[in-house]
Design a protein around this ligand. Structure first.
Ligand code: HEM
Length: 488
């Protein structure tokens, strides 16, 4: 349903899980418990009172934070009624590894095949994820306490540990620089028309259910007849006030364990650079789209040594508008694929005629660009953490979104894995599985456009990142969590 002006209520921060608002940089210790429900009544009793951290801003940020999320199997195991479960979107119900076509689209083939995963498929499918974050030295004892509380209701199938590094990923690049900014105050007018400039400010409804999204619409989610919520635990839906909104203040959480072959990555760059140390750094930066310091290739400068927040904002204030051919930042660089930073019209010459041609689809060159237009509909809030060391290291990739299909799955399949992105015959230089595409074309190259001649092209790249597990979770609002724990 479309949003009506003026119907927006303020965001209820006390009902939103804090992970949506905070990345918890001040809580460097973290671990994620993946659980299966063994006694639904005991599991519900714990979920009914577990102290989940809210998104309310405190004068002194908390020393620990706890979050709870469910897979669709988890909701069923909790004995949530089938008709209610059925109102969740298909991709959440099917799961990340639910069918071969989805796995292929996400690039989960070959070494990434869910059949090889350590968790996330078959009996190793978690029901519940409990995410724990703590200040230095505070995690171990608290984790033991939480575990003891969970013992009656749950069986732990995996403990995902993390390392304390929050700002640098294992290949050695600054991470966590670019994030969408959420319009928490609901300042942006709800509307549904072409946005002419790239804007980092996203409607809350792109990341929280129950609010209008970038289309000015409410993302479908389970809405209940009032008799299903006799205690009035849930908020009423903004767009359907006669219904109780099970989605309000919740979102989806996508988790993927991505192992990084750090040695293999740098060995390959040494080979491609034939031992030239400067060239090897330049090639690696071209693959990422930023230097190790975080400086963007599209807009060199920024202030890599400013304070953390100022540094992130200066390193993030750019688009690719002045680099349409990818001479500074290759079109296929990871960050350019993951967020092409463009507006709703394909790029083109200024002026009304050009704009009209592009709007009506008469500009052939612009059509090719169309696939990568309108990034505002495909933003992700990233909340991943680094894990491990040496040969067993990588990222527990976590992202939040209101629509798994339009946000995570689109970015992962069309932009990162897509071997036709921007008319190129290659996939993401960091993440690609390197297997030929369905038309049997190779995907193991990486092109760097040059001003004065043909692209410089690396070929025969090996796979650097392997998927070891993954699942789709629902991260409910806190009232919805209590509802799921108590209502039958
Ligand atoms: C091991 C795997 C990965 C590595 C090593 C990696 C590395 C990086 C690095 C170094 C950055 C630049 C820092 C920043 O802008 O914050 C970045 C940005 C980003 N990555 Fe990844 N990434 C990985 C996986 C993924 C996946 C699976 C996705 C999405 C499905 C993704 C989406 C993004 C997005 C959206 C950005 C921000 C782009 C922007 O707004 O400019 N990454 N990544």
């Amino acid at each position: 349903m479309s949003a009506m002006p003026g119907e927006g209520r303020p965001v209820e921060f006390d009902d939103v899980q804090g992970l949506v608002r905070f990345g918890y940089r001040h809580l460097p210790e973290a671990c994620f418990h993946l659980l299966r429900i063994r006694d639904p009544a005991a599991a519900r009793a714990w979920l009914a009172r577990v102290p989940v951290t809210s998104a309310v801003k405190l004068d002194r940020p908390p020393d620990t934070a706890l979050h709870v999320a469910f897979t669709s199997e988890g909701l069923r195991a909790l004995e949530v009624t089938p008709d209610l479960c059925a109102e969740f979107p298909v991709e959440f119900l099917a799961g990340m590894a639910g069918d071969a076509a989805r796995a292929r689209r996400l690039g989960d083939i070959g070494a990434n095949d869910p059949g090889n995963w350590q968790w996330g498929a078959g009996e190793r499918m978690p029901h519940v994820a409990v995410l724990l974050y703590a200040r230095f030295g505070r995690l171990a004892a608290w984790e033991r306490e939480v575990e003891a509380q969970c013992a009656a209701g749950f069986l732990r199938i995996e403990r995902l540990s993390t390392s304390d590094t929050v700002d640098v990923e294992p290949f050695g690049f600054a991470d966590g620089i670019s994030q969408p900014e959420l319009d928490w105050e609901r300042r942006r007018p709800v509307r549904d028309q072409d946005q002419l400039e790239y804007l980092n400010l996203s409607c809350v409804g792109e990341f929280l259910l129950g609010y209008p999204n970038e289309y000015g619409r409410y993302t479908p989610r389970p809405l209940l007849a009032p008799e299903r919520d006799p205690g009035g635990l849930l908020s009423r839906a903004e767009d359907a006030p006669e219904r109780a909104d099970l989605g309000r203040n919740g979102c989806y959480l996508v988790m993927r364990q991505l192992r990084q072959d750090v040695q293999g990555f740098w060995r390959e760059l040494d080979r491609q650079a034939q031992g030239d140390p400067d060239l090897r750094e330049r090639l690696a930066a071209a693959m990422v789209g930023r230097k190790k310091t975080g400086e963007s290739l599209a807009a060199p400068g920024g202030d890599p040594v400013a304070g953390a927040a100022a540094r992130r904002s200066t390193l993030n204030a750019f688009t690719y508008h002045d680099d349409p051919r990818g001479l500074r930042c290759p079109l296929s660089a990871h960050i350019r694929r993951a967020n092409p930073r463009n507006a709703d019209l394909p790029p083109g010459a200024p002026g009304i005629i050009s704009r009209l041609c592009r709007m009506l689809g008469f500009d052939a060159a612009a059509l090719e660009q169309d696939l990568i237009a309108s990034t505002r509909f495909h933003r992700l809030l990233r909340r991943g953490r680094v894990y491990g060391a040496g040969a067993d290291t990588g990222i527990h990739f976590i992202c939040l979104a209101a629509n798994i299909k339009r946000q995570f799955e689109f970015v992962q399949s069309a932009w990162l894995m897509g071997s036709r992105f921007a008319g190129l015959n290659e996939s993401d230089p960091l993440l690609g599985h390197r297997l030929p595409d369905p038309g049997d074309s190779p995907t193991d190259g990486f092109s760097m456009p040059q001003a004065d001649g043909p692209d410089r092209r690396l070929s025969g790249l090996p796979q650097f990142v392997t998927v070891l597990g993954g699942a789709y979770f629902f991260l409910p609002g806190i009232r919805a969590l209590r509802y799921l724990a108590t209502a039958r």
